[in-house]
Design a protein around this ligand. Structure first.
Ligand code: FAD
Length: 433
C-alpha cells in the first residue's frame, strides 16, 4: 500500500495519529501545501514573519523526517487540484490528513474527497478532546465559554501517542529544497519555527524559569517571552500538540507545585479548545459581520483609518506600538490583541473582519478558531455573554504600560496626523485639528 500524508497544522512526528496510521505502508509520501491565502478584505498573501515561521517549521519537520529516512514534499496550490495529481503520479492508494476547523478548510477537504480516486482518512486534529468525550451533543454545544469549561474541565486528556522510530520510505529519491524566507526572527522577540524550539520554550517556561507559578498575575505583560507562555506559535501549527502542553502542565503540578496560576494556563488551553469546536460548528457565520447573531450593525469602511491602524499610525500610541510589534515579530500578547481589536472596532468604527483579516495575514500563531472567535467576542457578535468589549485605551495604557516603556520601545508615539473629513460630496477636506 502506497500512502500519502498531507500535513496541515500537525507539523510534528510525535502524538500524530495520522502519521502513525501510515507506519505499515509500503511507501509514504509526506506532503505539505503552502497556504494559498484567500484574497480577503483587500489583503492577500501572508506577512513576512508568518511566512518565515512557517518555512522554518517546515524545514525542521523535514529534517526530523529525514532522520527516519523520510522526506517532505512542499508544493503550492489548492489541495483539491494538487493532491489528486500527486496521487496519480505516485500511484498512491490511501491518503490521510489531520482535521482542522474553518469553513474554507472544511470545504477544501470535501472537494478533495470528491475528486480523489482513493480513500481519504481525516484523523483528529490538534485538540485536547475528541467530540465523543463531550458530555453534550453538538446541538447542545455551549454558546459561551463558562458553561463549556464547567462541563469539560474534569475530562481526562488521552495519553500522548508515541513518536514513530521508523517510517516507510518515500516513493521518490529527492524533493526540492524548501525556499527560505527573506525575513529572520526579530531580535527583540526571537521566535524560531520548529518543534525543537517549541519544546525548548515549553521546558523553559514551565521547568527552568517556572514562569507558570505566577502566570495568572504576569500573563497580561505586553512583551513576548515575559509574562505569558508565548507557546501559541508552536501550538497553532502543531509543532507542539496541545495535549503535550496540557500533560506538561499536569507533570509540573505533580512534581513541583499546583496553584491558581498553573490551573490558569490550562484554563487558557480550554479557551482555545472552545473556539476550535465553535469554529467547526459556526461554519460560514464565523466570517459574517453579525456572526452567529441576526442582523448587522452599521459600519463604514474608511480605508485611511484601516491603513493607519495596520501601519501603527493612529492617534493611540499604545495601539501603534502594538501594531509595530505585530508586524515586526508576528506576535502580540493577548492583552495587546484585545486593545488593538477594541480600537479598530470601537474607536475607528471599522468592520471587525478587516482587523481579523490583517491579524490572519501577520500572526505567526494564526489559528482560525482563536482569531475569528476572539474578534467576534470583542465585536459583540460571538461568544461574549456581555455583548462585546470596549476597552478604555487610556486606562489600558496606564495599567499595562504605565511608564510608556513598551510604547517607546515599539515607536508608538507618532507625529499627529491632520484630521481628515469628507464634505457632503465625499471630497476629502483637510481641516484644522
Ligand atoms: C483579537 C484576538 C485575536 C487572536 N488571534 C489568535 C490566533 O490567531 N491564534 C492564537 O493562538 N490565539 C489568538 N488569540 C488568543 C491569544 O491572544 C493568544 O493565544 C495568546 O496571546 C498567545 O500568547 P501565549 O502563548 O503567551 O498565551 P498564554 O497566555 O501563555 O496561553 C497559553 C495558550 O492558551 C491559548 N490561549 C490563550 N489565550 C487564548 C484566547 N484568548 N483564545 C484562545 N486561545 C488562547 C493559546 O494556545 C496559548 O498559547 C487572539 C486573541 C485576540 C483578542
Amino acid at each position: 500500500m502506497r500512502h500519502l500524508h498531507w500535513f496541515q497544522n500537525d507539523l510534528r512526528l510525535a502524538d500524530n495519529a495520522a502519521l502513525l496510521s501510515a507506519c505499515d505502508a509500503e511507501s509514504l509520501l509526506c506532503l505539505y501545501l503552502l497556504p494559498k491565502p484567500r484574497p480577503w478584505c483587500n489583503l492577500t498573501g501572508i506577512g513576512p514573519q508568518r511566512n518565515r515561521f512557517l518555512r522554518e517549521s517546515l524545514q525542521a519537520l523535514r529534517e526530523a523526517l529525514q532522520e527516519l529516512g523520510q522526506d517532505l514534499m512542499v508544493l503550492e496550490g489548492s489541495p483539491e487540484l494538487v493532491i489528486p495529481q500527486v496521487v496519480e503520479r505516485f500511484s498512491i492508494d490511501t491518503v490521510s490528513t489531520s482535521q482542522t476547523p474553518g469553513w474554507y478548510e472544511t470545504q477544501a477537504l470535501q472537494f478533495l474527497a470528491a475528486r480523489l480516486p482513493v480513500p481519504l482518512t481525516v484523523h483528529p486534529g490538534n485538540t485536547l478532546f475528541t467530540p465523543d468525550q463531550f458530555p453534550f451533543s453538538w446541538d447542545e454545544y455551549p454558546a459561551t465559554f463558562s458553561p463549556f469549561r464547567r462541563k469539560v474541565e474534569q475530562l481526562a486528556i488521552a495519553p500522548l501517542l508515541w513518536s514513530p522510530e521508523k517510517l516507510p520510505p518515500p516513493p521518490a529519491a529527492q524533493f526540492d529544497a524548501i525556499p527560505v524566507a527573506a525575513a529572520s526572527p526579530h531580535p527583540g522577540l526571537p521566535l524560531p519555527g520548529g518543534r525543537t524550539a517549541g519544546l525548548r520554550r515549553l521546558d523553559q517556561f514551565l521547568f527552568q524559569e517556572a514562569g507558570i507559578v505566577d502566570y495568572k498575575s504576569t500573563r497580561n505583560d505586553l512583551n513576548g517571552l515575559a509574562g505569558s507562555s508565548t507557546l501559541s506559535p508552536w501550538i497553532a501549527n502543531g509543532a507542539l500538540s496541545v495535549k503535550e502542553v496540557a500533560h506538561a502542565i499536569f507533570r509540573f503540578e505533580k512534581e513541583r507545585v499546583a496553584n491558581e496560576s498553573t490551573y490558569w494556563l490550562y484554563f487558557e488551553l480550554l479557551w482555545r479548545e472552545f473556539f476550535h469546536w465553535r469554529a467547526m460548528l459556526d461554519g460560514l457565520t464565523l466570517y459574517r459581520q453579525s456572526g452567529r447573531h441576526k442582523g448587522s450593525s452599521l459600519r463604514s469602511f474608511d480605508p485611511r483609518q484601516f491603513a493607519r491602524w495596520c501601519a501603527g499610525d493612529t492617534d493611540y500610541p499604545l495601539v501603534n506600538a502594538l501594531m509595530h510589534q505585530l508586524t515586526a515579530t508576528g506576535w502580540m500578547s493577548n492583552r495587546g490583541r484585545q486593545i488593538a481589536a477594541s480600537c479598530l472596532i470601537h474607536e475607528l468604527n471599522l468592520d471587525w473582519r478587516y482587523g481579523a483579516a490583517f491579524f490572519e495575514q501577520q500572526l505567526i500563531d494564526y489559528d482560525v478558531g482563536s482569531n475569528y472567535g476572539n474578534w467576534q467576542y470583542i465585536a459583540g457578535v460571538g461568544s461574549d455573554p456581555r455583548g462585546g468589549r470596549h476597552f478604555n485605551l487610556e486606562k489600558q495604557a496606564a495599567q499595562y504600560d504605565e511608564a510608556g516603556v513598551f510604547t517607546r520601545k515599539w515607536d508608538g508615539f507618532r507625529v499627529p496626523q491632520p484630521a481628515y473629513v469628507v464634505d457632503g460630496a465625499d471630497w476629502p477636506i483637510t481641516g484644522p485639528r
